[in-house]
Ligand binder design. Structure first.
Ligand SMILES: [Fe+2]
Length: 218
């Protein structure tokens, strides 16, 4: 079994919970009120993506030159930083479509559940190995919707089209990002310890994200 398949196999154990949390949100009769809250949550998560990848890249470059992951990881992160750049800013702009100002969104203090699942990645980057971040990225890239799903969301909520701009764009780009990430993971000479770290990182991200999404509907 390829490394990316092994990672996805582990993710499947926790992704069911995330899938249920998302289904509950999509089926809610209050979806029009909840969808902007979901976008604010996504903003709180993705605003950390580029800074965290920059930290992981710089920690990767501090690894011993004999570590075979050092350069490939730094190169992959440089490329992915470029791909994810400014998505947080665009999400802020999109929320302006329903009258929310940038300041109103930034003033909201992210919940401990959000800080915990995003922030735990820093611990593994600094104190174990930055390759763990690939597990977290796999989870964040793994739920691309389809055009039908976005059309249905727009129709059911009646919310203005510009609100969905970045969310829709993400869904269109992520299948390509998933493919790049899987190919990259499969190209790495990963130890069992590193495979486990990626698995733990992915499962913790998936459980954390599910908790955050569940809070929106509970
Ligand atoms: Fe992506």
């Amino acid at each position: 079994m390829q490394s990316s398949e092994r990672l996805r196999f582990r993710m499947a154990m926790t992704n069911a919970h995330l899938g249920e949390a998302l289904q509950t949100l999509w089926r809610s009769p209050d979806l029009a009120q909840l969808f902007p809250e979901y976008l604010i949550l996504l903003h709180q998560i993705i605003r950390a993506s580029v800074p965290m990848m920059e930290v992981a890249r710089s920690e990767a470059l501090k690894l011993s030159p004999s570590d075979p992951l050092r350069q490939p990881l730094a190169d992959y992160l440089a490329q992915h930083i470029d791909e994810e750049k400014d998505h947080d800013e665009w999400t802020l702009e999109d929320l302006g479509a329903i009258g929310l100002s940038r300041q109103q969104i930034l003033d909201r203090i992210p919940l401990p559940t959000t800080a915990a699942f995003v922030g735990s990645q820093y611990y593994w980057i600094f104190h174990h190995h930055p390759v763990g971040l690939l597990g977290y990225i796999s989870v964040l890239e793994s739920d691309p919707g389809t055009t039908d799903v976005y059309d249905d969301l727009e129709r059911r909520t009646g919310l203005p089209k510009p609100l969905f701009r970045t969310y829709r764009m993400h869904g269109e780009l992520d299948p390509q990002h998933v493919k790049e990430l899987d190919d990259f993971i499969d190209s790495l000479p990963l130890s069992e310890n590193q495979m486990s770290l990626m698995g733990i990182s992915a499962m913790s991200a998936s459980i954390g994200l599910a908790e955050c999404v569940s809070r929106l509907t509970s």
